[in-house]
Design a protein. Structure first.
Length: 66
C-alpha cells in the first residue's frame, strides 16, 4: 500500500500564484518588489491582493473608473 503525502510540494506555491493571475500596475512611488528596487513609473505584475494593498498605502494609483 502506498501513502500519499498531504504536505505541499515546493513548486505548488509558485504554480498557485501563476494560477491566481497577475495584474500589471504602474508604481506611483519607488517600491521594493521581490527584493528588487523599482522606480516610480515602472510597471510590475502583482496579485489582486497585492494591488489592493499597494493602492491602500499609496504606492500604486487607484485605477480610474470609465
Amino acid at each position: 500500500m502506498t501513502s500519499k503525502s498531504t504536505a505541499p510540494a515546493a513548486g505548488d506555491q509558485a504554480a498557485s500564484e501563476k494560477a491566481a493571475g497577475r495584474i500589471e500596475v504602474k508604481l506611483a512611488k519607488p517600491h521594493t518588489h521581490n527584493r528588487e528596487e523599482h522606480p516610480a513609473g515602472k510597471t510590475i505584475k502583482v496579485t489582486a491582493a497585492e494591488r489592493d494593498f499597494l493602492i491602500s498605502v499609496g504606492v500604486v494609483a487607484e485605477p480610474k473608473e470609465a
